[in-house]
Design a protein around this ligand. Structure first.
Ligand code: SAH
Length: 277
């Protein structure tokens, strides 16, 4: 059983309890009241396998575009916008974003725009994905340990995360999108990415503690379960409504001495909802 690597100097000397990894299939903790009890399914039941090393991902033939060149242009644009973390840029250069959007939107896949992914949800802009990933990877040169993502959506950010982390658990509450994400990552051989169907507001206690937690949907507050499931030395990045009633990007650092909250720029993410549908 592998101990998750706890990144960052603040993790040193911290006493982090490492729980056994979940057996598969697993079920999320108690479902939200009123919500139908559903099993959590894991798309890639291979938690025992080692994290993938950086290597080229299988590409999609016949999409009618030289996606490598377009992706390189996207990376240059991200750099011009201030994104500089080498691992984040490399991961975004590797994952084919057009694989995750509907055929009709393929030509817009590398533009700096959010795009509809069905069921009223959207895939975040590349620079928002990069910004959040940079916040998670800030000051670290090694891969993140175990990471929890709330809001799998089409699976794009989860795939990018899988390139900079040893292990990723990503939860989606809409079954249609969970299935779509499974189909999107199928064939990419991301053995360290586990897609879960369930209510991410509860986190995923079986995989805790997490070196990093990232949410792609924003609520009134950061659920306490996420903070509880964050490792000492870990970082959480999520949109949340703050004092002035506006959604902001919030960073929570958990240290041996407590929790430090930093409110960053205003953002516009889809709402965090409880229960599954
Ligand atoms: N990172 C995603 C973005 C998806 S949009 C991507 O790359 O495509 C945010 C997603 O969060 C939506 O799919 C929405 O259904 C999901 N979501 C909202 N509340 C949730 C919750 N409580 N648990 C899990 N997913 C949730």
């Amino acid at each position: 059983m592998k101990k998750p690597s706890m990144p960052g100097p603040s993790a040193q000397g911290a006493t982090t309890q490492v729980r056994p990894r979940p057996g598969f299939p697993v079920q999320l903790a108690a479902p939200v009241q009123g919500a139908p009890a559903r099993k959590t399914t894991i798309a890639t039941p291979s938690a025992a396998k080692p994290a993938v090393a950086a290597r080229p991902l299988p590409t999609t033939p016949g999409v009618g575009m030289d996606s490598r060149a377009v992706r390189a242009a996207m990376i240059r644009k991200l750099q011009a916008q201030g994104v500089s973390h080498p691992a984040v840029l490399a991961a975004m250069g590797l994952v084919e974003r057009h694989r995750f959007v509907d055929t009709a939107l393929v030509n817009q896949a590398y533009e700096d725009t959010s795009l509809p992914i069905g069921l009223g949800q959207t895939i975040s802009k590349p620079n928002v994905v990069a910004r959040m990933m940079e916040l998670l990877c800030e000051g670290r040169t090694e891969k993140l340990g175990r990471v929890l993502e709330i809001g799998t959506g089409c699976g794009y950010q989860a795939a990018v995360l899988s390139q900079v982390s040893r292990e990723v658990y990503s939860i989606e509450r809409l079954r249609g999108l969970h299935e779509k994400a499974r189909a999107n990552v199928r064939g990419l051989r991301l053995t360290n990415l586990h897609l879960l169907f369930g209510d991410g507001m509860l986190g995923f206690a079986q995989g805790a503690p997490y070196a990093a937690i990232i949410a792609a949907a924003g609520g009134e507050a950061i659920p306490q379960a996420w903070i509880d499931q964050l490792a000492v030395g870990g970082r959480l990045v999520a949109p949340a409504v703050t004092g002035a009633g506006q959604q902001h990007l919030v960073v929570i650092d958990k240290t041996a001495h407590g929790v430090k909250k930093t409110v960053l720029e205003p953002v516009l993410f889809v709402p965090l909802k409880s229960g599954v549908a």
